[in-house]
Design a protein around this ligand. Structure first.
Ligand code: NAP
Length: 423
């Protein structure tokens, strides 16, 4: 049995073949690292120069610091945001900070006021912004699982066996939720941001929406004929867990029929990441799926890219799942699907720098490749297959999310979302 469905292989691009099941061998395999992407793009010589400016959120753990490291290797100036600056500095390391081109800014993404302050602070340092990587995320999960580890292997093993490509713990945890043993791992107490939004929606989507809103003029102003500005929204294959219910992002409308479900909320926030990406492309990039035309008069443009970074061990995001990670790593079938954080940042880096993507956006990327629709569609049990879910692109919802997000962050509607243009 192959741990990755090969029925239909929806990835295309220079790195696509490396993601085929037979080529996967776990951390350090042939899948590129972020630095490898920089080298392959011919940018390791620092040729971007310090005038090119990148901003990466969530640089205190996981792939955030590695994304900064790779982007800084282009010679660019890179700002990283974090709610804990000491943790961020430690994660980035002295060597990177000593370049003088890597800076950290305070931003707590559970607090929209903090996002505004961060954007204002950024403006004090830079009047340019070429690449924004919205990477930070929180996962409102769970619990002391180690004593329950044996159950993982006997409960609802179907998803465990057939869908191992994403974070295995997620699959297992969901199994536990539905295994009829009364183990409820998902319905943990709901948390809210300071502004009253469900924690994952508020942190993973809304704060990034506001950050973009606050800095979009710099992205537009910095766009050049050679390099249109880019927004990289780090989503997840977990977007296939759940659509986004814009009438009930807080799961409070009907507690009896739609009780809070942390994984559904995470999936919805990751669906929102893709919707925001596509709407950026529609408003600022010339349209979803647009491509630059030869001889076309250059306009200031921003392109959006949604990224699934793959499955990697992030001590932060998966801190509640140590036993499951250990179990997954012990199994050779699953060990090979995991990457390390240097590889985990590579698709974000590819989205940020790839010449092959110049002039077009509104794309869903994974494995440093363009990904089409998943052959297996949506749903948690299908989340592990390559490709985006059925609901990942929905023009009406993308526009509505944009309108609602403007309201929620208290911003004026300065875009005509109906015609798809910005003023
Ligand atoms: N890990 C995977 O296998 C996987 C798979 C698919 C998609 N992803 C996506 O990849 C991205 C990075 O994931 P990761 O695994 O590298 O995550 P991680 O290790 O948990 O890092 C997340 C980052 O977001 C920051 N963050 C969380 N809440 C914040 C807040 N309120 N204010 C400011 N910063 C906050 C964290 O800061 P603290 O250090 O202060 O907590 C940390 O820097 C996320 O968007 C995630 O959804 C990951």
């Amino acid at each position: 049995m192959s741990p990755v469905s090969q029925d239909s292989f929806p990835l295309t691009g220079r790195y696509a073949e490396r993601n085929r099941s037979e080529n996967l061998a776990g951390p350090g395999d042939s899948r590129p690292t972020g630095l490898q992407v920089i080298e392959d793009e011919g940018l390791l010589d620092g040729s971007w120069g310090a005038d090119k400016v990148c901003l990466v959120t969530g640089v205190s753990a996981g792939i955030g610091p590695e994304t900064v490291r790779a982007l800084a290797a282009t010679g660019a100036t890179v700002y990283g945001t974090a709610r804990d600056l000491d943790k961020a500095r430690a994660a980035l390391g002295q060597e990177l900070l000593a370049t003088g081109r890597v800076h950290v800014l305070l931003m707590d993404q559970v607090d929209l006021a903090s996002v505004r302050s961060c954007a204002a602070e950024f403006r004090k340092h830079s009047n340019r912004l070429n690449v924004m990587v919205n990477n930070a995320a929180v996962r409102n999960s769970f619990l002391p699982l180690a004593p329950l580890a044996p159950i993982f292997y006997f409960s609802k093993i179907r998803s465990f066996l057939f869908n191992p490509r994403i974070c295995l713990p997620i699959t297992i945890l969901e199994s536990m939720k539905t295994n009829g043993r009364g183990i409820q791992v998902m319905n943990t107490p709901q948390s809210y941001t300071k502004d009253g939004f469900e924690l994952q929606f508020g942190t993973n989507h809304l704060s990034h929406f506001l950050l973009f809103h606050e800095l979009r003029d710099l992205l537009l102003a910095s766009s050049t004929p050679d390099f249109h500005s880019r927004v990289v929204n780090v989503s997840s294959a977990a977007h296939k867990y759940s659509p986004l219910d814009l009438d009930d992002v807080n799961f409070t409308a009907s507690p009896s029929t739609r009780p809070y479900d942390g994984w559904a909320a995470y999936g919805a926030s990751k669906t929102a990441n893709i919707y925001m990406t596509t709407q950026i492309e529609r408003l600022f990039g010339g349209g979803h799926g647009s491509s630059g035309e030869n001889g076309q008069q250059h306009e200031k443009k921003i392109h959006g890219y949604a990224v699934h970074p793959g499955s990697f061990v992030s001590p932060n995001l998966q801190k509640h799942s140590a036993a499951e990670m250990a179990a997954a790593h012990a199994d050779p079938r699953f060990r090979k699907i995991f990457a390390d954080v240097q590889q985990g940042c590579a698709t974000s880096v590819y989205a940020a720098v790839s010449a092959a993507l110049e002039g077009r956006g509104g794309l869903y990327l994974e494995g440093c490749s363009e990904a089409g629709p998943s052959p297996s569609g949506d749903g948690m049990e299908n989340a592990v297959d390559y490709g985006h879910g059925n609901w990942a692109f929905d023009e009406a919802l993308e526009k509505r999310l944009w309108e609602r997000s403007l309201e929620w962050v208290g911003a004026a509607a300065d875009h005509d979302v109906t015609s798809g243009t910005h003023q």
